[in-house]
Design a protein around this ligand. Structure first.
Ligand code: NAD
Ligand code: ZN
Length: 685
């Protein structure tokens, strides 16, 4: 993949993980893996500033508002925190901030509570509202739920209480309550909650506050927001908060240097295990609020604060067996089955081994004593083998050669870390996975059918692919487990309604490898309908050069045409061509067409699309009457290209108010044509 494709694909992937984590409270990868991917994205973005995007997960707070609560715009934005992992990172941070502020800097060290961010609003000493962080600009109003938490004071005490202010903190589920809830679930034969963080966050979003009241949640506070606060430092804010009746943990400490910060970290890395709630690091904040003001914020986090994440905890245990898991795209993941051990409060029985290379690198064998690490992740990982304890009769691991689900021989293409099961049509997890992807929110978003229903339908042999969904009837699905007349009707209606889902989402739903949301949009825009995509390349004019055309295969010609589309690179093109040259896929697409799905952009989508700006590159800078996104969309709808930075390739700079002086200077130097918002609108009128 080209760097651009890599950036896009990482952004898409991280957005999906953010959604699973913050909205569904049900992450599908570990925090460790998430952070690694985010680091990878940041490195790529730093090397390619031309692909800057203000909506990238690297520069945005990860959450969202949900549809289930009243949405409230934050008066004071809620930010995330930047992360660091070593004393050197912290020293670098200190060097950066010392360049900006004058005078000595003191730091408040606090523990980083692992829960869900919350903002509590008080007026005249009374609790009036609680709002989640959401996307940082707006959040969900969960007042009724937060009111049930006993440590949230409804009426404040003491003096100096500002007439109106906000206090921020974390809703956590202490260990004891978490274990108790899980014991009850175990007794009822239900799946266990994974960790206190996701459970706390999920509890907060329950619709029934009587149910929330039953959960032993706690609320730990750490900062004040508002004007006219009676405090000048972070440390004072905590003292005041305690005086007014808030639970602001006393472990926080005021220090004068990064060395002392490190002492605090070292102490709590061990001592935190005795705390009643989960912590995942330390937060270091510049103490003086004036200095904080001077430092300000990035788009995602305050520059005056830094989180230090504790290293993951390690334990050793025995590897009993290696099994293999098949993913939705047929990728194989080896899994270590372990003798059960307790790590950071949870029992661990399985760990991911990633791929064949990883097994080889660790030379890991059944019977080995292994070190397992868990850093807030769901599936822990094996970091090393204790060779001193290796049994004498141990034999090297031989990687699986056949799919554990369908017994097809596995393949591994060159340059690919993973093995694949190529039996796309009949390998059960692949069949289920592809249909689940098809119905998922960002694809066809089919209401009334969940992943369990898909499993049942496939197992009963009622569907074999996503096209089969459109042949189902109410009578057919009624006999399924837990299905009643009403739910069966909902399901069939949901499927019927999905026939109106726009072309680009259907294209994404087809599950073509490397064709994520963004690429699907690009393709839909470029080709406008499925036939054009299937029939490309457009017939070339007959001429003498045709002699050469014959030596290139049809597939190569297709790939060539596709890679000429902006932002479509070699691997995407190759995967797409493979997909559309397969008769099975063509037959599926034909059936979707017959069923009446949207295999072309609608009139409405086509309307307003012109070629007026084809070949022209635009940079939009400053503040405008219209939203920047609408401006960008107009550029694209008319065939132009948006770019975030000015270069000699820029044709037009659309100049708004308050444009940065350095951009202006650059544009003048390169003699870029500058136009106003109105002049641009005239161009596309
Ligand atoms: N596994 C996944 O799919 C997935 C997806 C998204 C995010 N994540 C994980 O979530 C984390 C990122 O989440 P985030 O943006 O909420 O950032 P974060 O949790 O790393 O840090 C910011 C948050 O820390 C909290 N906090 C706790 N104690 C605090 C204190 N004393 N002072 C100030 N703030 C304090 C605040 O709520 C703040 O919003 C990462 O660790 C990432 O791995 C995982
Ligand atoms: Zn298989």
């Amino acid at each position: 993949m080209s760097p651009k494709e890599q950036i896009q694909s990482l952004r898409d992937e991280l957005r999906e993980h953010n959604f699973n984590y913050y909205v569904n409270d049900n992450p599908t990868i570990s925090d460790f893996e998430f952070d690694k991917k985010l680091e990878q994205l940041k490195t790529l973005e730093a090397a390619h500033p031309e692909f800057y995007d203000a909506t990238s997960p690297s520069v945005r707070v990860g959450g969202e508002v949900t549809k289930n609560f009243h949405t409230v715009k934050h008066i004071n934005r809620m930010y995330s925190l930047d992360n660091s992992y070593s004393i050197d990172d912290l020293r670098d941070w200190e060097t950066r901030i010392k360049k900006i502020v004058d005078g000595d800097i003191q730091y408040t060290c606090e523990l980083k509570y692992d829960g869900a961010s919350i903002s509590l609003h008080y007026e005249n000493g009374k609790f009036i509202q609680a709002v989640t962080r959401g996307d940082g600009n707006q959040g969900d109003e969960v007042t009724a739920n937060v009111r049930t938490i006993k440590s949230v004071p409804l009426q404040l005490k003491g003096d100096d209480i500002p007439k109106k202010f906000e206090i921020r903190g974390e809703i956590v589920l202490p260990w004891e309550g978490f274990h108790k809830m899980n014991e009850e679930r175990e007794a009822q034969g239900l799946d266990l909650y994974r960790n206190p963080r996701n459970t706390a966050s999920g509890s907060l979003k329950l619709q029934d506050s009587a149910e929330v009241a039953k959960r032993p949640l706690d609320c730990l506070l750490y900062s004040l927001a508002g004007s006219n606060l009676p405090v000048k430092t972070q440390f004072d804010s905590l003292e005041y908060a305690r005086k007014w009746g808030f639970k602001a943990p006393k472990e926080s400490k005021l220090v004068d240097s990064i060395e002392e910060v490190f002492e605090f970290i070292n102490h709590w890395d061990v001592a935190r295990k005795e705390l009643p709630y989960e912590t995942d690091g330390v937060v270091i904040k510049v103490n003086s609020l004036d200095q904080q003001d001077e430092l300000g914020f990035t788009a995602k986090a305050p520059k005056w604060a830094m989180a230090y994440k504790f290293a993951a905890e390690q334990v050793s245990t025995k590897l009993e067996e290696i099994t293999y898991q098949v993913g939705r795209t047929g990728s194989i993941t080896p899994v270590a089955n372990l003798e059960a051990v307790e790590i950071s409060g949870t029992t661990v029985r399985r760990a991911s081994l990633h791929n064949a290379d990883q097994i080889e690198k660790l030379d890991i064998r059944v019977g080995d004593e292994v070190y397992v690490e868990k850093g807030g992740e769901i599936i822990p990982k094996i970091v090393a083998v204790d060779l001193s304890k290796r049994p004498e009769n141990s034999v090297p691991t031989v990687y699986a050669t056949h799919c554990p689900e369908c017994h097809t021989e596995l393949v591994r293409s060159e340059g690919d870390a993973k093995h694949y099961c190529p039996n796309e049509m009949a390998c059960p997890p692949q069949v289920k996975g592809r249909i689940q992807h098809f119905i998922s929110r960002k694809a066809m978003d089919i209401d009334g059918i969940g992943s369990e229903t898909v499993d049942q339908l496939v197992e009963a042999g009622m569907i074999h692919n996503y096209a089969d969904l459109y042949d189902l009837t109410v009578e057919q699905v009624l006999p399924l487990d837990r299905m009643a007349q009403k739910s069966a009707e909902n399901m069939i209606n949901g499927i019927a309604a999905s026939k109106q889902v726009p072309f680009e989402r259907l294209l994404f739903g087809l599950g073509i490898r490397y064709v994520g949301e963004t690429v699907a949009k690009k393709l839909a825009k470029q080709y406008k309908n499925i036939d054009a995509l299937l029939k490309m390349p457009a017939e070339p004019e007959k001429n003498g050069l045709d002699l050469f055309a014959d030596v290139t295969s049809a597939a190569d010609k297709k790939i060539e045409e596709l890679t000429a589309v902006p932002e479509i690179g070699e691997s995407i093109a190759r995967s797409l061509v493979e997909f559309i040259q397969d008769d099975y896929h063509i037959a599926l697409i034909d059936r979707l067409k017959t069923a009446g799905l949207q295999l072309a952009l609608s009139e409405e989508q086509l309307e307003g699309q012109t070629e007026k700006l084809t070949g022209k590159s635009f940079v939009i800078s400053g503040v405008f009457e219209m939203s920047r996104n609408d401006l960008k969309k107009l550029v694209e709808d008319n065939g132009g290209k948006n770019s975030s930075s000015i270069s000699s390739k820029t044709d037009y700079l659309i100049r708004g108010d308050k444009m940065g002086p350095s951009k202006l200077e650059k544009a003048e130097k390169l003699e870029i044509t500058m136009i106003s918002e109105q002049e641009f609108l005239d161009m596309v009128k």
